[in-house]
Design a protein around this ligand. Structure first.
Ligand SMILES: Cc1cc2nc3c(=O)[nH]c(=O)nc-3n(C[C@H](O)[C@H](O)[C@H](O)COP(=O)(O)O)c2cc1C
Length: 222
């Protein structure tokens, strides 16, 4: 797949087929994504590819906490507010997704069920956790982790796999560390749900928009 096509046709996938992702496919994605750029080539990322019973146990534990309404305690604080124009985009994204899924604004039960499904990685057979060591400088490490996260999604898409980057999968990082046997100093940023997209799922028909160039680019060449 051409880079331009991969960039413009990738989208978040929120329903997956009950079909495992072969190890070779995951390795091919990782082999491509490891060429991502980073500050001084420090490559500050660590990745954990999780599947099988471990993923089942982890998502069950996270879903249990979600159901008990335990407040999230992410390692990387979630944004609580956005300036108005960004908040409007965020709201439009949520409204568009729920609209495509046929979930009404006031239908709290189905909205909550959607969040629970999100907590279960949307049923993906594999999750790639994006991690870093707590003694790394956070702001530029985030930049580098963002680069490899996008590369992983593009590489997966190029081989017919779907992904959804999920902050939701990092809401309870202590559970991630416990179930994955990580060091206490590991920080959890996001989990990337990975699997074969379910073509029949309404959620997967949702397509976000993007702002036109003139809203965020300035050319200065005089
Ligand atoms: C850091 C980050 C965290 C995200 N967390 C979630 C999440 O928890 N649940 C979810 O459904 N989508 C999540 N997304 C996906 C975004 O909603 C999605 O990328 C955005 O709406 C653009 O849509 P697209 O990926 O289909 O182009 C996240 C994306 C990023 C970059």
């Amino acid at each position: 797949m051409e880079v331009r096509a991969a960039l413009t046709t990738r989208r978040s996938i929120r329903a997956f087929l009950d079909r495992p992702v072969p190890r070779e496919a995951v390795v091919a994605i990782l082999e491509a994504a490891r060429w991502s750029p980073s500050w001084g080539n420090t490559q500050p990322w660590e990745l954990a590819v999780v599947g099988g019973d471990t993923l089942k146990r982890l998502t069950a534990a996270m879903a249990d906490r979600f159901a008990r309404q335990v407040p999230p305690a992410p390692d990387v604080p979630m944004p609580e507010t956005f300036p108005d124009e960004y908040r409007a985009r965020y709201m439009a994204c949520a409204a568009g997704l729920f609209g495509t899924m046929g979930i009404a604004r006031e239908d709290r039960e189905r909205r909550r069920a959607h969040l629970l499904h999100m907590t279960r990685a949307y049923g993906a057979p594999t999750v790639i956790y994006v991690l870093f060591r707590g003694d790394l400088p956070v702001p530029y490490t985030m930049f580098d982790l963002g680069a490899i996260t996008h590369a992983l999604c593009l590489a997966a898409h190029a081989q017919g796999l779907g992904t959804c980057i999920e902050a939701q999968l990092a809401h309870y990082p202590d559970l991630v560390r416990e179930h994955l046997g990580l060091d206490p100093t590991h920080r959890v940023v996001v989990g990337i749900a990975l699997g074969y997209p379910d073509p029949a799922a309404p959620a997967n028909a949702f397509r976000t928009t993007r702002e036109p160039l003139e809203t965020f680019v300035r050319f200065i060449d005089g």
